[in-house]
Write a protein that binds this ligand. Sequence first.
Ligand code: FE
Length: 342
Amino acid sequence: MSIITKSIQICLAIFIFSASSLANEVNLYSGRHYDSDEKLYAKFTEQTGIKVNVISGKGKALMQQIITEGASSPADLFITVDAGNLWKAQKEGLFHTITSSAVDNIVPANLRGPNNEWVALAKRARIMYYNPRTVSEAELEGLTYEDLAKPEWNGRVVIRKSSNMYNQSLVSSLVANHGVEATEAWANGIVANMARKPEGNDRAQIMAVANGEADIAVANSYYIALMLSGKKGDEQQVAANKVVPYFPGQDGRGTHINISGVGLLKNGPNKGNGVKLIEFLLSEEAQNHIVNNSFEYPLLDSVSPHPLIAQFGTDFKQDQTPVSAYGEFNPDAVKLMERAGW
Ligand code: FE
């Protein structure tokens, strides 16, 4: 073998090696990002040799970016909150089936999208918060979302606008279980029972109950822990101590569950690495990290939620309505809420 042939072979080997190491990465577009996530991804890289490139932003903007980038999009994974948003991305044709027995074993079928194109990474409950000075034990007995539309709650309920995806998903779940007509009658009752015109975010509803503006609020579970943590300031911490979380539907379907989740992107150049990262995000180590930052509920029984949320109980009955129904019935839910003047 001549020196020239030999050096060509070495050059070729170096080229192939650098090309493969260049490709040994995964591109994550994340609508939910915490500073400490860097440490988590570093652990993934340590275990697999796969580098994680993160682009973080608002879920809606990231989805638009993925659509605009089209076939040349470098994004392998899209992480966002609410099954309704993941459903929308799937409807845009952005996703690809996630083929992984590990993922199938960990994530229950009701917390995955059609064709396994997206899956839950964490769970959140849409619960109620009541004022213990104005709501009686008897009123709480067996309380459901459906009950909040009854006359005894007149002028006592706060819940945010119908444009909010969390509400759209809750109402979609009611459409899935009761149909449009019954859910519209319910929405009319809710609007009639509102203590004020819907305004503000989920934490603002909890604040309204703490301030005595309303007796009961609907808001996501993790917000009470976020407020209690003091991360949102003293005023919200004090307010959080004045309300009591309540898990509706315990004698019936259970409490409404939504997800933070991830979809595998069709045009991603590193889909295999994407699946590996999803598997990692469902590992005990990553699940601990995720729920300790977000105050959500884990997918693994072996992982406990953060103590600030675990103190309210972790064995509550969870509604098993498939989260894909939140996307499927979203147009019905939006229209009926609009008709109800929500
Ligand atoms: Fe939220």
